[in-house]
Design a protein around this ligand. Structure first.
Ligand code: BDR
Ligand code: CA
Length: 311
């Protein structure tokens, strides 16, 4: 059984990822911590509640965390995900949010049950970086960390070489990757380039719509804006859903067909390169490795996991 803490900034692709985890027979979602990212914290927190309402779950607790990045001004992705993060559908939830800060709750849970829980990071890494500043031992307490983040050969989605989650808070990402390297631990990295090698065609998405379940109707509604953005602004019909790919790696580790372990460092300066995930591919320039970079997955299994989530 994979027991997950999910840190997230929904975003309809975060929602799809969490629905994949929720329906999986070998997965238990222990808690959801929320960060600002795709949109502001009020909306991202609401959106987790909306999803849990649709799933009719009354067990999973939700913890709100950081409302913005460490150093620089927030940069959201509402152009792709809508002002509310759910494609401007306006879904609201009245679900109560826990009073403990997300970073504190991470520390509590990972300390109470060392080496038992997997952390899945689907948004900017501000909450985890904050928790690390309070508890530097965290890398030794978390069983596995799977991150949706980065563009490991510089094919970005927010500037020419950076991926949104890292770009949104590079200082936080630096704190996290640096700490894991110093602890001699690896972070599993599911990056944007892996995402773009595992896109979902219009035809596949039409099959999801055709399921016509409550879950699929919800997903069709909240993803319509993002699908339009992809077609009209990005001029392509294949949709790249980053968080579901990362979640597949987290909940079925055997889905990974090829990965490489190297040192990954975050560019925090750079006129053109801020937020870039630079990788020491030849292992020449660093003494440690901190990243297990996923390069290939079983694409058929990914499709099955998404389908099962919406059925
Ligand atoms: C990541 O950025 C967000 O817009 C998505 O939710 C995903 O986590 C992809 O770069
Ligand atoms: Ca996300």
């Amino acid at each position: 059984m994979h027991r997950l803490i999910i840190d997230t900034d929904p975003g309809e692709d975060d929602i799809l990822a969490m629905m994949m985890a929720y329906q999986h027979p070998n997965v238990q979602i222990e808690a959801i911590t929320v960060t600002a990212g795709n949109v502001g914290l009020v909306n991202t927190t609401n959106n987790v509640g909306v999803m849990l309402d649709i799933l009719q779950d009354d067990q999973i607790k939700v913890y709100a965390g950081c409302a913005g990045p460490f150093v620089h001004k927030p940069r959201d992705a509402s152009n792709a995900h809508g002002k509310d993060g759910l494609g401007n559908t306006g879904y609201r939830s009245s679900r109560p949010i826990e009073s403990t800060h997300a970073a504190m709750e991470m520390i509590n849970r990972f300390t109470n049950e060392p080496d038992a829980l997997t952390l899945v990071m689907l948004g900017p890494m501000t909450n985890l970086a904050t928790a690390l500043k309070l508890d530097p031992e965290l890398p030794h307490k978390i069983k596995r960390v799977v991150v949706m983040g980065g563009a490991v050969t510089g094919h970005g989605n927010i500037n020419r070489c950076s991926e949104f989650n890292i770009y949104a808070d590079p200082e936080a990402a630096h704190v996290v990757f640096d700490a894991w390297g110093k602890a001699g631990k690896l972070i599993k990295v599911s990056d944007w380039e892996l995402t773009s090698r595992n896109g979902f065609t219009k035809e596949v998405r039409a099959e999801w719509d055709a399921l016509n379940t409550e879950k699929s109707r919800f997903y069709t509604a909240i993803s319509a804006h993002s699908n339009r953005f992809i077609e009209e602004v990005r001029k392509r019909t294949v949709q790249f859903f980053a968080d579901p790919v990362a979640m597949a790696v987290a909940i079925e580790p055997d889905i990974v067909l090829k990965s490489e372990q190297h040192h990954l460092a975050i560019e925090m300066q750079g006129e053109w390169t801020r937020g870039q995930t630079t990788v020491d591919w030849l292992d020449l320039y660093s003494d440690t490795k901190n990243a297990d970079i996923v390069l290939e997955i079983d694409n058929g299994r990914l499709h099955e996991l998404v389908f099962a989530a919406l059925r």
